[in-house]
Design a protein around this ligand. Sequence first.
Ligand code: ADP
Ligand code: MG
Length: 560
Amino acid sequence: MDKKTHSFQAEVKQVLHLVTHSLYSNKEIFLRELVSNASDACDKLRFEALDNAALFEDAPNLEVRVSFDAEARTLTIRDNGIGMSADEAIAHLGTIAKSGTREFMDKLEGDQKKDASLIGQFGVGFYSGFIVADRMTVETRRAGLPADQGVRWSSEGTGDFEVETINLPERGTAVTLHLREGEEEFLKTWRLKSVISKYSDHISLPILMRKEEWNAEKAESTVTDEWETVNKAAALWTRSKSEITEEQYTEFYKQISYDTEPPLAYTHNRVEGRSEYTQLLFIPAKAPFDLWNRDKRGGVKLYVKRVFIMDDAEALMPVYLRFVKGVIDSADLPLNVSRELLQESRDVKVIREGSTKRVLAMLEDLAENQAEKYAAFWKDFGSVLKEGVGEDHQNQERLAKLLRFASTHADEGVSLADYVSRMKEGQEPIYYITADTLAAAKNSPQLEIFRKKGIEVLLLTDRVDEWMLSHLFEFDGKQLQSVAKGAVDLGSLQDEEEKKKAEEVATAFKPVLDRLKESLKARAKDVRVTTRLVDSPACIVVEAGDVSGHLARLLKQAGQ
Ligand code: ADP
Ligand code: MG
């Protein structure tokens, strides 16, 4: 085929115009896009070769090579993947297959920052090369076609592109960027390496670059003929669990979390079905210093098909699990989906729900089988988990089972199930009291009758407890009831005689109560005879359904 000039589809022209005129920040992402295309091309070859091994020709080791020529000012990304025929090159590099171009452009036009990271999202990654190049040349031959059916595609990224047939012994695609004035940074090994390791470390193919050597004579580094792999080329999470050692998991955790200690627990799963993704999630052994900052973004990195998309993808985890670290690799999301789109995506919702369940299952397993580890976890993260009781109604029951408290029975580690198993014959509610400190809770006069009767009371001293209990009304069919609210009705726990006596006393003391009520009119709603005190003469209680004394104090402290 002779050299022929083709016109870009109108949408491509618009995209190109925007790309070259508006995208300056974050322009390094062009390399991620081109490496990701190279990796896709290798995936496609691998897939087609399942039926036709001859496609591998004599080069079965798939790889990507990144090289540059400083004098010619060119940068080349070469893969030995599937390649393109002439028709494919014209179609794939001249039109935009995916819908959503309009949306892409509206976004870019509206976006003040003109951030190039938007680009991969809309299936126009190839064109991002023109951010830094004033000419792109693609030399490609489709696997299985003869050497004389190679193709050279070339364009300045304006209105049209040229295509001609060339002889190309090597299968696959080489994309060469002729760099614009001012883009010399992409002609430096260290710069390219740093971009590759930032975005493409976990591409499972090796990415090779020429090795550099220090030339003492010239006092500068020079490029040698030897190639070396510059990415880690191992997406740990894509390998099967049985192939990964405990040490490898730990090393990986340390690398992504910057933690110096091994994780407390991890979970690694491949999920198929409605949404396809892999999750590798860790629970740290210790709380980070900024755990209390709810605005802090989460610790889960998002990948799409092994390509790094973003750190701290908070939409992937509920806020109350912000301490979880790890990686989620989706097979469904578009490359470089934005944070805004993540919030709206249904796939992300499915991932978030699935991951939440995994983390809860991991905690349940610890609680059940490794009580000491769970106690350590609870000490550092329990208060954060309690936020979930109010925020995640879908999982409230599971979360309630994971709660641990102090009680009149034990200073720590009391679960609601433990409590229920120790309930007295005839006891209906689960009793609790809230206070600022454990000592204050223990010494509360409101506990006297419960002590006397040997009824366990949960002692809640965490600031979040009161709020949590405004969302958790019952456990295992039993109401949670504050001993400091309303007239504590001990129901059948009180024998007939006690009840009769209380009534008699109330009648006998009616004149006294009336006088007290009159004199305390401005400060107390009611004055009653109570059976809840044993040693103390009187105590103050709050009407059922009102803000408790403890919460009232907290609110006052907070200036409300
Ligand atoms: P996307 O990767 O989202 O499809 P791109 O703009 O990055 O969008 O690439 C457009 C198309 O060009 C790809 O879908 C693919 O068909 C083709 N292509 C790009 N780079 C290569 C390559 N290195 N090898 C084979 N085909 C490629
Ligand atoms: Mg692409």
